[in-house]
Design a protein. Structure first.
Length: 213
């Protein structure tokens, strides 16, 4: 748990903001206060306090609008880049639709398939510090990576099980995702844990695991 608390403490404000927006599927402005340091002066948090000031900037999506680009089937992730562009992952398309900071449609990335830059079962995305878009595709068991201009950059095979919840990147460049063990047939219990991975030679290598137990 100490490692997990340190991880939460060290995540950039920008990553927390993006994760909050993805969970709420709203374009929100949030201001978070710094977590307090503990008594030993080492900076590890004893609690995470946050204050949020929220206002709506614009909305994306419609029920029966004329524009196919804003008809979403199943939203599985939302990301924001440094220029204010919005990336919406629609799992039914399956594709990532890109909108500018004013909510205007720019382009779509991906599509159904097993080829380069295509998705079978995408269920998470994150934008890294270099502006690249990473899309987790558990159907093809890989990450698809796109440059900030939308061009396909490459794929990284996932050599571990996971695929739950939002993606978070820490200051060391590890991409973290949550996972769980198989359900116990007697107790129906699962163990939740977190996997930190980084790209190495075309593979997302699991380099650290944090268990909640």
């Amino acid at each position: 748990m100490a490692r997990l608390r340190q991880l939460i403490h060290s995540i950039h404000r920008r990553s927390l903001w993006r994760s909050f927006a993805a969970t709420a599927f709203g374009i929100l402005l949030a201001a978070c206060s710094e977590p307090p340091a503990d008594s030993d002066g080492q900076g590890s948090p004893t609690g995470l306090e946050a204050r949020l000031e929220v206002r709506e900037v614009f909305r994306l999506g419609s029920v029966d609008g004329p524009d196919e680009e804003t008809l979403f089937g199943r939203v599985l992730g939302v990301g924001l880049d440094d220029d204010g562009n919005v990336y919406v992952l629609d799992g039914l398309a399956p594709a990532v639709r890109v909108f500018d900071s004013d909510g205007r449609y720019v382009c779509s990335l991906g599509g159904r398939g097993a080829g380069p830059g295509e998705f079978m079962r995408p269920n998470g995305l994150i934008i890294t510090e270099d502006g690249r878009l990473w899309v987790r595709d558990t159907g093809n068991r890989r990450y698809e990576v796109f440059e900030s201009d939308g061009t396909f950059a490459g794929s990284f095979r996932r050599n571990f099980r996971g695929g739950l919840g939002n993606l978070v990147i820490d200051p060391d460049g590890l991409i973290w995702e949550s996972a769980s063990t198989a359900m116990d047939p007697v107790t129906f219990a699962r163990e939740l844990f977190f996997v930190g991975a980084r790209p190495l030679s075309g593979v997302m290598e699991s380099v650290e695991t944090v268990h909640l137990a």
